[in-house]
Design a protein around this ligand. Structure first.
Ligand SMILES: [Zn+2]
Ligand SMILES: [Zn+2]
Length: 360
């Protein structure tokens, strides 16, 4: 039986809502009925070619749902299990995995080359970032499903799969924010909001949100921002003024833009940490002079999927949700159907809103 999906027919082409046919799950595979899928900036980057996956594809990599069937050899979930999708399953045997850096697994996106489904007229489809969550149902490798701990609403749980793991991991694993430190967060989208909440959870004494849009102040403050700075040429100077002229202990950049990476670096105190979460394009060049790298003694680091091990962090995040410290629904500014994804992309390009959540 066909299910509805948003198909990317070619790079740069508009999404098409169409019927797709999924095979029964084979050995080591799981079929999942989606409850919800978040629209992440990476989906936009994949659809316009900033990042590449084989096409035609079904995008969507931040999802949660219920297992409807399992293939041979799958034991950790069964029909009826509520699950969060993990778009970057680790292989356990590459160099990064053996070092415990599973977020850098060399084989995480190996599944993107596979044909996982076909449109009802027979066109072969690739599964975007492994999980193809922009569809009513999907078939994924067993390693791509993590059982959802109790006490987290299933639709909200979709956000755990990318935005929240990324924002939480940026604060707790990459920047290792300590209680009492000051934090600036550049870019108040889904990941930025999760980063703000995570800085609050870490006990940051001051959390400064930065965005180009004045309309996001209320959202940012609700997520834990104590201050809001409208991005401009003087952003770094304003942040230093808010922190006794020193700069913040930690800057987290969630926009992937050269100008905000540079501002995040300039806003960091001497010896502090600048963590880049945003995914920018190759044309975004950031420059530093040799003297300032020495003088400021800052650490500049990238951060992939929150430098997180999803299987380890999901129970931690669920506990934060249950105990009221992490508010998943506060990240969602729009609840839409599959037809709403193109408009959600437009909103992202225009810098409007937090996360759009597709509800099935
Ligand atoms: Zn994402
Ligand atoms: Zn690996």
């Amino acid at each position: 039986m066909a299910v509805r999906a948003a198909v990317l027919p070619a790079i740069g082409a508009p999404l098409e809502i169409t019927g797709i046919e999924l095979p029964d799950p084979g050995p080591g595979q799981v079929r999942v009925r989606l409850a919800a899928a978040g629209v992440c900036h990476s989906d936009l980057s994949l659809s316009n070619g900033t990042m590449r996956v084989p096409v035609p594809a079904v995008l969507g990599h931040e999802g949660a749902g219920t297992v409807v069937a399992v293939g041979e050899g799958v034991t950790h979930v069964s029909p009826g299990t509520q699950v969060v999708l993990n778009w970057a399953p680790s292989c356990g045997s590459c160099h990064a995995c053996t070092l415990g850096e599973v977020w850098l697994c060399a084989n995480a996106l190996g599944g993107a080359a596979d044909v996982y489904a076909r449109t009802t007229d027979g066109t072969a489809l690739h599964p975007g970032l492994n999980v193809a969550a922009f569809a009513e149902e999907t078939v994924v490798a067993a390693a791509c499903v993590l059982p959802l701990p109790e006490g987290v609403p299933l639709a909200d749980a979709a956000l755990l799969g990318c935005a929240v793991l990324t924002g939480y991991g940026a604060v707790h694993h990459a920047a290792r924010v300590r209680e009492g430190e000051t934090v600036a967060v550049f870019g108040v989208g889904g990941v930025g909001l999760a980063t703000l909440q995570s800085a609050r959870i870490a006990g940051a004494s001051r959390v400064i949100a930065v965005d180009v849009s004045p309309g996001k102040e209320e959202l940012a403050r609700a997520a834990g921002a104590t201050d809001y700075v409208l991005a401009s040429d003087t952003t770094a100077r304003e942040i230093r003024a808010l922190t006794g002229k020193q700069g913040v202990d930690v800057s987290v950049e969630c926009a992937g833009r050269a100008v905000s990476i540079r501002a995040a670096w300039d806003a960091t105190r001497r010896g502090g940490r600048t963590t880049v979460v945003g995914i920018g394009g190759k044309e975004e060049q950031v420059t530093f002079n040799a003297l300032e790298i020495f003088h400021w003694g800052r650490t500049l680091s990238g951060c992939v999927y929150g430098n997180t091990d999803p299987a380890r962090d999901l129970p931690v995040l669920a506990a934060h949700v249950r105990e009221g410290r992490l508010d998943l629904s506060a990240l969602v500014t729009e609840r839409i159907g599959l037809e709403g994804i193109p408009a959600a992309f437009e909103n992202m390009l225009a810098g409007r809103g937090g996360r759009a959540l597709v509800l099935f």
